[in-house]
Design a protein around this ligand. Structure first.
Ligand code: ARG
Length: 606
């Protein structure tokens, strides 16, 4: 029932695809070739291609004539008297008999406006149908810009046995943003290793272990009393010098491998783990837990290497790394000999480069940790870890802002506690159920439950993803569940609308046979086809700047464009039913590909 008859099996079984070549790079290539004709032997000309700022003038535009003209002029080259004539020459160099363009025209100071031909639009829009049996696009084209083959994405990474050890909204952001980045990378053909760098090793364990020792708590505690125990031990830590010493000593012993402490530590971690698992299940996130403790064995060697290379130095008893121009050092071994967050991150980075052979490592945390990662990246670079024979290792910190409540303050419950994630997701789901029940629907009770489960999770994810991640975002159930807004609910309804339309269509063919099966006479059809064909460009830009919000903007615009088309073009029973059915189907497939990357499960009926 869940799968629409027109949803291709292969697409659902393995929606991951390498995509078609991006439109921009195709255009770039064509213009570069024309550039070679006009300026033989000139290899450094760069042609910048963008979406056309005025739809009435064209689909895309090339903005480079002005820049190239200025460069030539600087070199004393006077072949052209202005950027316009240079732009004209470029256009002349593109063979008139090509299947790409209907029109190329110079405008303003030297912009080249590009209008695609109907054939090209049809061919590119229909590319979504060309999936091979394993669901990948059958295409020889690849995303060119990426050199990375294997990426490590370090995300989610909640802390165990801390005040907010129930994963909080900050970790939710990291989980949602990180997962979408993983999926986008996989979509363009990068192998991704998902790592959950849980905080399972810090000072908090010293406190907790010392406290547990005193009260000899049995090991079968729950998350709730783990939090309570944390609070109690924190109070003692802050007020009792003797306890503080014992707590610190316990960390050192734990890190040195004390058997008894290790057993207790294992129990504590297990309790948290079960709690986390449930949330990952709700979010459909599958991530390898490799906490801070995993890297413990590597730290001494990694630090020795940094000392040997004179990157880490002793200062006031601690081991420090001073970055150029910074006077606050990165402390990578405390004066009492214990390791900290930075020691672990240095070892983890080394391991990911040397053992996992990753060539791109991405960290998803709140913006507050930027300085920490800058310092780690700087140390790695100076240690020479990033140099590879075939291209260097790239490091990225993907930061995000705070989650705010509708009251403009940090998102908290009324009593000021952090909001447990489970209840937050459940609340979104139950509100969806209420709203679905309030609308006319042919769904059974079970189906409604199912739909609201999907919709609730999708709403929370999309509300987070659609903001520029660097800004704070306001968590509001009303906003994220708005049927008419830029929300997952709107997207899911649009997808369900297309699906029900396709179910009623008379055209039985599952896919078009040739580009003539897509007519694109009407302007609304043309715009919809153009939007569909922009998809690879969008994915490319998401990956390039690690900004999931771009994909949300695109998905929303695809839905808006579809609804405009549907509002003015008759699909069923019209003269062009066959062609328009294909266009609807191409839209649905594209939407599902967006959904896949955004971690949204599609709904076929509502
Ligand atoms: N556990 C940390 C926190 O909650 C995030 C860890 C991020 N990853 C890392 N390799 N440092 O803030």
């Amino acid at each position: 029932r869940k799968y629409h008859p027109r949803a291709r099996f292969s697409e659902i079984a393995a929606p991951v695809s390498t995509g078609g070549d991006s439109l921009r790079s195709t255009m770039k290539l064509m213009f570069s070739q024309a550039g070679n004709v006009v300026f033989p032997g000139e290899s450094s000309l760069d042609f910048e291609i963008a979406e056309c700022s005025n739809r009435a003038l064209g689909d895309y535009q090339c903005n480079s004539a002005m820049k190239i003209f200025a460069e030539l002029k600087d070199r004393g080259d006077t072949r052209f008297k202005n950027p316009r004539s240079l732009a004209e020459a470029i256009i002349q160099a593109i063979p008139a008999e090509n299947s790409f363009f209907e029109k190329l025209a110079v405008a303003g100071p030297g912009f080249i406006n590009i209008t695609f031909s109907r054939e090209f639009l049809a061919q590119e829009a229909l590319r979504v149908f060309h999936c091979s049996a394993d669901g990948t696009f059958e295409t020889t084209r690849k995303f060119r810009k990426l050199t990375a083959k294997r990426a490590v994405v370090d995300y989610s990474s909640p802390n165990i046995a801390k005040e907010m050890q129930e994963m909080h909204v900050g970790h939710l952001r990291s989980t949602i943003i990180g997962e979408t980045i993983c999926r986008a990378l996989e979509f363009v053909g990068v192998e991704v290793i998902r790592l959950n760098h849980v905080g399972d090793w810090g000072t908090q364990f010293g406190m907790l272990l010392a406290h547990l020792e005193d009260i000899s708590e049995s090991s079968d505690f729950e998350v709730k009393n783990l939090q309570e125990l944390y609070k109690q031990s924190k109070i003692r830590f802050d007020s009792d010098e003797d306890f503080k010493k014992r707590a610190r000593a316990a960390v050192v012993h734990l890190q040195a491998g004390d058997k008894h402490l290790k057993e207790k530590w294992t129990d504590i971690c297990e309790v948290s783990r079960q709690d986390f698992e449930e949330i990952y299940r709700l979010l459909d996130v599958h991530i390898l837990e490799r906490g801070e403790s995993y890297y413990n064995y590597l730290i001494p060697d990694v630090l020795s290497e940094l000392i040997e290379k004179e990157i880490a130095v002793q200062s006031d008893g601690a081991l420090c790394i001073f970055a150029d121009g910074s006077d606050s050092p990165l402390i990578c071994r405390k004066s009492n000999g214990s390791f900290n967050y930075a020691s672990t991150d240095l070892a983890a980075l080394w391991q990911r480069i040397s053992d996992l052979c990753a060539d791109w490592i991405i960290y998803v945390t709140d913006v507050g940790q930027k300085k920490h990662f800058d310092a780690i990246f700087d140390a790695a670079s100076r240690a020479g870890w990033l140099k590879r024979e075939n291209g260097n290792v790239s490091l990225d910190h993907v930061g995000f802002g705070l989650v705010m409540g509708v009251d403009g303050k940090r998102f908290r419950t009324r009593s000021g506690d952090t909001v447990p994630l489970k209840s937050l997701l459940r609340e979104a789901q139950s509100r969806c159920l209420d709203s679905l029940r309030g609308r006319e629907s042919t769904l059974s009770d079970d189906e409604l439950e199912d739909a609201s489960r999907i919709m609730g999770v999708a709403a929370v994810k999309y509300a987070d993803l659609h903001n520029n991640r660097l800004t704070n975002y306001t968590f509001s159930y009303e906003r994220m569940l708005d049927l008419k807004g830029n929300t997952a609910v709107y997207l899911l309804y649009t997808h369900a609308r297309i699906s029900s339309l396709l179910e009623r269509a008379h055209t039985q063919d599952l896919e078009p046979l040739s580009i003539n099966d897509l007519v694109l006479k009407d302007e609304f059809e043309r715009v919809l086809a153009l939007t569909i064909m922009k998809f690879p460009d969008v994915v490319e830009s998401v990956v390039q700047d690690l900004l999931p919000s771009r994909l949300c903007d695109y998905t929303y615009s695809l839905c808006v464009t579809f609804n405009e088309f549907y509002g003015s073009c008759k699909v069923l029973g019209g003269e062009q039913e066959r062609s328009r059915t294909f266009l609807c189907q191409a839209t649905a497939i594209s939407l599902r590909q967006c959904f896949h990357i955004l971690g949204i499960e599609p709904l076929y009926r509502l």
